[in-house]
Design a protein. Structure first.
Length: 345
């Protein structure tokens, strides 16, 4: 097992294990868009990969005018229009998180970019994923499309038509379902319990043999549920009891066997890997967790470790929690040295 020495330190990267995306990001950071264009063209209609790659590219491109320059060179280009929608959505979300007053104006501009992208490639799920992202800035559910009746009676009104549009194009789209869960966590009609119900509802129709990363979705809901209990002073002192009970144990097993054991390593989300490693560690399944830590490599993520850290507000506290869990799990996989007084059998 690699990386079990005392010099190990996390070195997260937004591209994770995707080396082609990493190369495109390096060019993007210095204002060059050709590698991004080529990567998206190569990705083609692999919708799940297009969604994940464009999300990371959009987060970096939002810091510059590189997509605008691409559009000047290629007006009407479908991939460039999609990336303009991505950048616009990312800027709206950042403005919303920071409480900036121009968030509403940015949202109107982003929606216009999203509809242009949707018209250019009607079968592309990414514009609809962007609309789910924009729904997060409407926690009061003022827009009618954000309070549609739910497909399951245990779920509250929400952006269900937008999610259905994504599902029609890419049924197991990871980001769309995570965006929906994030909406439910903060929406007027939502909350952690509804987010958990949503994750379980998704689990009723995502087959184990799909190798879909949505099999790991409940782990995020459990982590958020734990944070909510902790903030309200209603969690156990050890903080691991909930990870040793049903139905959580079954959900962790589904993620381990259905997703981790069957997925393409280069396409795994570091966030999914970290949530699975945490759930296995918290459930005292150290040997299985060690395999996931090995797959993580140096790509540790802030969450979920920050949720269970001694000081949730200190990123370094989350890093220490990750390192502690990793050490415990790797130590459990090392062979026990025989006593010098033990005779060989």
């Amino acid at each position: 097992m690699a990386g079990n020495d005392d010099t190990y330190r996390p070195a997260p990267h937004p591209a994770g294990l995707d080396s082609e995306l990493r190369a495109a990001l390096e060019d993007l950071r210095v204002g060059r868009w050709v590698a991004m264009r080529d990567l998206l063209a190569k990705t083609g209609t692999r919708w799940e990969l297009r969604t994940s790659r464009s999300q990371v590219l959009g987060a970096v491109a939002a810091r510059s005018h590189v997509v605008r320059e691409w559009l000047l060179d290629n007006p009407g280009g479908a991939d460039a229009l999609m990336m303009r929608a991505r950048v616009g959505t990312e800027r709206v979300l950042r403005a919303h998180r920071s409480g900036r007053e121009n968030a509403a104006g940015l949202a109107a501009e982003a929606r216009s970019a999203v509809w242009a992208a949707a018209k250019a490639v009607p079968e592309d799920p990414v514009p609809w994923v962007c609309l789910l992202g924009l729904a997060q800035v409407d926690p009061g559910q003022l827009a009618p499309e954000h309070r549609m009746p739910a497909p399951e009676e245990m779920l509250p009104p929400g952006p269900w038509r937008l999610l259905a549009e994504v599902q029609r194009r890419d049924p197991y789209n990871r980001e769309a379902h995570h965006r929906t869960m994030q909406f439910l966590l903060t929406a007027q009609s939502g909350g952690p319990a509804h987010a958990l119900n949503f994750a379980h509802w998704v689990g009723t129709w995502v087959p184990l043999e799909s190798a879909s990363s949505l099999l790991a979705l409940p782990l995020y809901a459990y982590a958020q549920h734990y944070r909510d209990k902790r903030q309200r002073g209603r969690y156990d002192a050890i903080g691991r009891a909930q990870w040793t009970r049903e139905p959580l144990i079954n959900d962790v097993q589904r993620a381990l066997v259905g997703w981790f054991a069957s997925s393409v390593p280069a396409e795994r989300s570091p966030l999914d890997l970290n949530h699975l490693a945490h759930a296995l560690w918290a459930g005292y399944r150290y040997t299985e967790a060690a395999e996931v830590f090995d797959a993580i490599g140096r790509y540790a993520t802030v969450q979920p470790w920050g949720l269970v850290a001694t000081d949730p507000g200190d990123p370094q506290s989350g890093v220490e929690e990750f390192l502690k869990a990793r050490r415990q799990c790797l130590a459990a996989t090392r062979p026990t040295r025989a006593s010098p007084h033990t005779s060989p059998s």
